[in-house]
Write a protein that binds this ligand. Structure first.
Ligand SMILES: Nc1ncnc2c1ncn2[C@@H]1O[C@H](COP(=O)(O)OP(=O)(O)OP(=O)(O)O)[C@@H](O)[C@H]1O
Ligand SMILES: [Mg+2]
Ligand SMILES: [Zn+2]
Length: 240
């Protein structure tokens, strides 16, 4: 075989065109078509890596595998029908899959390439603690509240769950939730909430104004079933 010829052939069999630098010529590893295809493959790989990193930043490790296909057909259909400005309130007993469902939905939003949603997820009590902390340290509580207001999709987990049924939330907690809900409602930005309390119960522990806003801001879906933390295949949602 003629070695000088084989050097200028791409693995696909096409001839490789030389690149000229001043007086010298260099033969790239691939023909121009293979170079173009490799760039497309590399770009896709890079995009997949960056999406995986974004999902890892957004979702806690336990829920990174959460996927809409894990849900019952009915629940999946209701969630997929949500208008873009409507949020979701999932309520029910512990371990029935509220957080899993939210995380599956957020994975879907994150994967939507064209929309590039800004998404933030907080556990409500952590959020209140952080806001208080920044305030105490002389920072501005507004920054965190502003972040909750500005993102396209806001998830607030476990709203009202550390105060027992019938007990009152603090003024600070009420004010924080109202500030966030009001702004997001006025600006047609959806809020996604999980809670162990129904809207009526949240109305009692926060305030009627909170309940009223939740009715308007969210599609309200009760989630029932067995506690999936008590492992066993029969505990997972039937794919009806
Ligand atoms: N459909 C499902 N498929 C697979 N795993 C699930 C499913 N639903 C829930 N799980 C798993 O079961 C466990 C409990 O679910 P999850 O944390 O979503 O419950 P929860 O309703 O949010 O409970 P809590 O009210 O205590 O916050 C998690 O480890 C979760 O990943
Ligand atoms: Mg949860
Ligand atoms: Zn080639």
């Amino acid at each position: 075989m003629d070695a000088s010829k084989s050097k200028n052939l791409c693995s696909c069999g096409c001839e490789i065109e030389p690149i000229t630098f001043g007086q010298t010529q260099r033969f790239p590893q691939r023909c121009s078509e293979c170079t173009r295809l490799k760039k497309i493959r590399d770009d896709h790989k890079q995009e997949a890596i960056s999406l995986r990193e974004k999902i890892e930043r957004l979702l806690p490790p336990l829920y990174r595998g959460a996927h809409l296909r894990d849900l019952s057909r009915q629940l999946r259909a209701r969630i997929l029908k949500l208008p873009p400005t409507k949020g979701l309130l999932l309520y029910g007993p512990p371990g029935v899959g509220k957080t899993h469902t939210m995380c599956a939905l957020m994975r879907l939003y994150r994967l939507k390439r064209l929309e590039r949603f800004r998404i933030a997820r907080f556990v409500y009590d952590d959020l209140c603690l952080e806001i208080r902390d920044t305030y105490r340290k002389g920072g501005s509580e507004r920054e965190l509240v502003k972040r909750c207001r500005d993102v396209d999709k806001l998830i607030i987990e476990d709203v009202g769950t550390t105060v027992g049924t019938g007990s009152q939330e603090s003024d600070f907690s009420l004010r924080t939730l109202l500030l966030i809900l009001d702004y997001r409602l006025e600006h047609c930005k959806p809020t996604f909430i999980t809670s162990n309390k129904s809207v009526e119960e949240l109305g009692k522990s926060f305030d009627e104004r909170v309940a009223s806003r939740l009715y308007q801001a969210c599609e309200i879906i009760p989630v029932s079933g067995k506690d999936k933390r008590k492992r066993g295949p029969e505990n997972f949602v039937e794919k009806s």
